[in-house]
Ligand binder design. Structure first.
Ligand SMILES: O=C(O)CCC(=O)C(=O)O
Ligand SMILES: [Fe+2]
Length: 302
């Protein structure tokens, strides 16, 4: 569906002004929309995942570990594919207000692509450099978006998400996420970043239960977490039903292409704007953190 077709349908939970702002600016911050009931479920699940990580010493297909991770002092960068490792993450996606909000932005037929839980541990959790998501997983159109839930309060010092408003429309064609030697870096070059109007970047801190939503073409980043509290951010990538991926999804999530709301599409919708293709990951993957820090971690998600 095009933004115009989506906007022509009556909204479910967002205001029309919020939907228009998302399409114009490429992001939305919805403050404190998830209540304590879900938050306590998500926190308990997340604590369980951290407990499980204590017996893991090297990153694997579930846990992406910081180099300093130890059983007595876990330091996680990410849980990949959390919906497959704890039922709470799948229930939240299907039963909370999240899919209703997303339906207001991608149309009534909402499809799952993947999920991840990015921690950004207290005292140094890594930065994420400026990048856009779509060329990690190209689709036939640019409806995919990622919705993030702050499970705990995320202040300016906790490494909140930052976005460059309007970059999803104004930067055409997409900038490269390969370096000068043709190696995939998963982020823009310093030179490209210095040419962008970064003084217009918006930081998205939020109390626990706040949601960030960013379009798959929107440039975003997040600084290091230098505070003494962690920043678990639970991320789901969802698409219009008529957006189809055309490169390998190396983590092969069980729920890939699962319809969270509505019906499967009979036809693919193709956006004419070209998409930068990632390397061939059919033999494995490295996580965005490992990639951007030049580390090898097999099998983790973007
Ligand atoms: O965890 C974050 O701050 C952002 C991560 C991100 O942009 C990604 O994983 O694509
Ligand atoms: Fe991203």
């Amino acid at each position: 569906m095009t933004p115009e077709q989506i906007l022509a349908l009556p909204p479910r939970v967002l205001s029309q002004a919020q939907r228009e702002a998302y399409f114009a600016e490429g992001y939305l911050l919805l403050e404190s929309v998830i209540g304590e009931e879900w938050l306590s479920v998500l926190r308990a699940a997340t604590e369980e995942m951290v407990e499980r990580s204590r017996s893991v010493s090297t990153s694997d297909s579930i846990f992406d570990l910081e180099p300093g991770h130890r059983p007595e002092a876990p330091r996680l960068r990410r849980v990949s594919n959390p919906v497959e490792h704890h039922p709470a993450y799948w229930s939240y996606l299907n039963e909370s207000i999240v899919p209703e909000i997303v339906a207001d932005l991608v149309g009534p037929d909402v499809k799952f692509h993947h999920s991840k839980l990015n921690f950004k541990w207290a005292g140094g959790g890594e930065e994420v450099k400026w990048h856009y998501d779509i060329s990690f997983w190209p689709h036939t159109n640019y409806s995919p978006l990622t919705v993030g839930t702050y499970i705990h309060d995320c202040g300016l010092d906790n490494g909140p998400l930052m976005v460059l408003p309007r970059s999803h429309q104004e930067i055409e064609p997409l900038l490269s996420q390969f370096d000068a030697q043709g190696r995939w870096t998963g982020c823009l070059s310093d030179e490209d970043v210095s040419g962008l109007p970064m003084h217009k970047a918006v930081v998205l801190p939020g109390a626990a239960g706040s949601l960030t939503l960013h379009n798959c073409r929107t440039l975003h980043a997040s600084p290091k977490n230098l505070s003494d509290t962690g920043r678990p951010l639970l991320l789901y990538t969802l698409t219009s039903a008529d957006a189809f991926p055309y490169t390998v999804n190396p983590i092969r999530p069980k729920h890939d292409q699962f319809m969270i709301r509505g019906r499967r599409a009979a036809w693919a919708h193709h956006d004419p704007r070209p998409c930068l293709i990632p390397p061939d990951w059919s033999g494995g993957y490295t996580s965005i953190f490992a990639l951007q820090q030049n580390q090898e971690v097999a099998h983790a998600a973007q």
